[in-house]
Write a protein that binds this ligand. Structure first.
Ligand SMILES: Cc1cc2nc3c(=O)[nH]c(=O)nc-3n(C[C@H](O)[C@H](O)[C@H](O)COP(=O)(O)O)c2cc1C
Length: 432
């Protein structure tokens, strides 16, 4: 399928026509953690294609899955010259993959119980990320037995020691943050939050469940307002991010009003549907998100087992496919051993169009305009001229991936269209 080139405006001829300049921040500050809806760190589910999909659909920042400090230290960094994918390879597999496209929005999460190792781990990846986050909430034994994750909640000296070391040793362009859980009482939680805030972190995410609560128990969101008011009274400049039971960007507004949180972080709902960051999330995921996601993964050369795992977590609220078609689609994916086995579903495309669509959505996000104290740190950039159609061209380029409709080429499932159109992206300040 041939595509017309994207229309571009002619270059300005002289100084009087030159684009004006605006200020842009090229690193994260406290403000970057405000008025946002974030993709939570998720082991397995928070893979690179999911993070890119979340960004495409409006996630403000994305967290990578927790990676234990020692695991990344000896990884070998490799860049795919075609796709640009950056892999940190361990002996048998990639420990972490990322892409330059997500760097301005990417927070790398560390599992650690040692300040020196945490700093070394952060330094290993810092050229490819914008911030590092310390996991202080994982209650699983593999994390806590080594003193990491939720075990840090009962060892605040070590927890704060790690954050202080990260802040001291990393360049100021790399943000430092922590993700904790509620402690059993408000007093204990406030005390811990104050200590963490005084280490100089940019943000603290509070998962509104205690260490012993199961994921399916309702998050104790109503406890957060008192904690946030306490932080404000202390006059500490740290963003507080709510986490727990938020279903999407529309719901994030409710959560913020209830809690007073600066931003909201979403895990489970995004695992089921990474387009939940849009005000109009995709509902019919089998016909839209699944084929799009598979193509993107194929282009990025994402490990098939990871792709398969993530796709099988997707759930929509409504499907145009019959139950039989959905069942057939799922069993085809479940049986597939590689991308070629799902060509019936994704077609034989390389996925490049899909990636371009993501790139266009991410790159056209409005830049964050620096506020007050940030002005001095801002760099100037030219404001791109508005996209206009050159006089010799009749129609502007339509905003689609250009991928053929699936129904035209494949017998099963007939209704899948394979297009995951960009849904309206919430403006960065839209959650005030
Ligand atoms: C599949 C999965 C993997 C997770 N992995 C991590 C992780 O790597 N680091 C972390 O801090 N929390 C992790 N969590 C916890 C989430 O980030 C989040 O705190 C929790 O699910 C509550 O948010 P929710 O109510 O929106 O699901 C994970 C959760 C899920 C569902």
């Amino acid at each position: 399928m041939s595509r017309r080139p994207i229309s571009t405006s002619p270059a300005p001829q002289d100084d009087s026509q030159r684009a004006p300049k605006r200020q842009r921040l090229d690193h994260l500050t406290q403000e970057s953690f405000r008025n946002g809806v974030f993709l939570a760190p998720m082991v397995r589910s928070g893979a690179l294609p999911t993070r890119l999909m979340a960004l495409k659909h409006g996630a403000t920042l994305v967290w990578g899955p927790e990676i234990v400090d020692k695991a990344i230290l000896h990884a070998e960094r490799e860049v795919d010259p075609i796709t640009g994918v950056i892999s940190y390879n361990g002996k048998s597999r990639a420990m972490f993959t990322t892409h330059p496209l997500e760097k301005p929005y990417l927070i790398y999460q560390i599992g650690s119980a040692d300040p020196e190792l945490a700093v070394q781990a952060a330094k290993t990846v810092m050229q490819d990320v914008s911030g590092v986050d310390l996991n202080c909430g994982c209650p699983k034994p593999f994390s806590t037995h080594a003193g990491m994750g939720a075990a840090l909640l009962s060892n605040p000296d070590l927890l704060c020691g790690i954050l202080e070391a990260l802040r001291r040793e990393l360049p100021k362009e790399i943000s430092v943050s922590a993700k904790i859980r509620l402690l059993p009482t408000q007093e204990e939680t406030k005390k811990l939050v104050e200590r963490i805030a005084r280490t100089g972190v940019n943000a603290i995410t509070i998962h509104c469940r205690t260490r012993n609560m199961r994921p399916r128990e309702r998050a104790l969101v109503e406890r957060l307002r008192e904690i946030i008011e306490f932080v404000h009274e202390l006059g500490l400049d740290v963003a507080i991010v709510e986490n727990g039971d938020c279903t999407g960007t529309a719901d994030a507004q409710r959560v913020r009003e209830l809690t007073g949180a600066d931003s909201v972080m979403i895990a489970t709902a995004a695992e089921s549907n990474p387009s939940c960051f849009s005000l109009t999330p995709l509902q019919d995921v089998e016909s839209t998100l699944v084929p799009s996601y598979l193509r993107l993964c194929k282009y990025l050369d994402n490990h098939w087992s990871s792709t398969k795992f993530c796709v099988t977590q997707f759930k929509g609220t409504r499907s145009e496919l019959s139950k039989t078609d959905i069942h057939e689609l799922k069993s085809k994916i479940a049986k597939a051993k590689r991308y070629e086995d799902v060509e019936e579903i994704i077609g034989s495309w390389t996925g490049e169009d899909e990636f371009r669509e993501v790139m266009r959505a991410v790159e056209t996000r409005p830049p964050r305009i620096p506020t007050g104290a940030e002005q001095e740190e801002a760099v100037e950039e030219e404001i791109p001229a508005p996209c206009s159609t050159p006089p010799d061209r009749v129609n502007p380029e339509p905003p689609s991936s250009g991928a053929p409709k699936m129904g035209l080429r494949m017998p099963l499932p007939a209704i899948i269209t394979g297009s995951d159109m960009i849904s309206p992206t919430p403006t960065p300040g839209g959650m005030r």
